[in-house]
Design a protein around this ligand. Sequence first.
Ligand code: APR
Ligand code: PHB
Length: 389
Amino acid sequence: MKTDVVIIGAGPAGLMLGHLLHQAGIGIVILERKSAAHVLSRIRAGVLEQVTVDLIDQLGLGDRMHKEGLPHDGFFLADGARLIHINMTELAGHNVMIYGQTEVTRDLMDACDARGVDVIYEAEDVSLHDVNSDTPSVTYRKNGVEHRLNARFIAGCDGFHGPSRQVIPASVGKAYERVYPFGWLGILADVPPCHEELIYANHANGFALASMRSKTRARYYIQVPLTERVEDWPDDRLWDELALRLGPETAEHMTRGPALEKSIAPLRSFVFEPMRYGSLFLAGDSAHIVPPTGAKGLNLASSDVAYLSKALIQFFKKGLSEGIDTYSQTALARVWKSERFSWTLTTLMHRFPNEGEFGRRVQIAELDYIAGSRAAQTTIAENYIGLPL
Ligand code: APR
Ligand code: PHB
């Protein structure tokens, strides 16, 4: 089979890119290792920057997002004693949309059949060939039958554990990584959120986050050592710790309930350069990972896809290569700024085992400074809503 672009991965990056290229009349095939149900079963974050909202609107797939999503003008930082409001709309001129990544993925997925976007689920042993040529191809097995897809380009949207990044030679590629000495224990529960906006708390015991999926479904996290297991945290123990870390003012408004989902995720900062090798482009988690503190994971996938789709459309429709030739440099400029913000907020809001009491006092002093500085709040606000493309 032959097509213009083979996209590996049907997560948010692959599906958004597939829809945008298909909408422009470019031939695409998306190859996904898992089933559609498995992709939708993944619990992910839920804060959309305007760049993500705009892409979904550009595709005409924003009806449910605008109906069910929650526009938020601000969020809170807490130091265990007080709440510091960061008013994004007032300070940086824009809000964010609270709408689960699972719902974004569902909206993109549900539109594929109606629009003729070709997604092959449960594609096994996806392998990339001749990526450093103008005639790359991808082989895969489906229901025991081997297939080969010849294409002009391959988009590696296959996430952190996918094969695309691996085919870039060690002499060409370089990875930058920071692994954090803790994880996030998350709980999803059908209870009303404790506050109308998100609360990020740095308590002596560690970080906590009060978030939500809707007005009736809350999402909470606490920082835990990497040695912890989910079974160490029965619901009651987790609710008690959340109440403690979020502070008494917030705890009064917390509603407890049984966990619909409870899991521990590790935190890492990771960037792979370059994001292009020959006819292969990387987009989304295949090229970078951020700690979830800044809610940047999905939104970086969106900005990569915004740049890459524009570059590929320019190539196929106008025969111009400037966009694809500058894609890696352009995407990485925004990736690194989001990596910096995510690392900064993670460093400010978490207890680091080796930092001791001095590190904690420096964090409290920084939160105290932020509480009294419009300039400091503005810096946080403009990074949280997402820097311009
Ligand atoms: N063959 C085909 N598909 C694959 C392969 C493979 N060998 N390996 C991985 N995949 C698929 C995965 O099953 C997954 O559905 O690639 C997809 C990658 O999707 P994501 O991991 O969601 O990454 P991305 O689309 O870049 O979205 C980034 O998702 O993980 C979160 O925090 C992250 O919010 C961010 C967003
Ligand atoms: C979430 O709701 O899952 C969420 C929100 C904000 C974050 C991380 C996760 O920074």
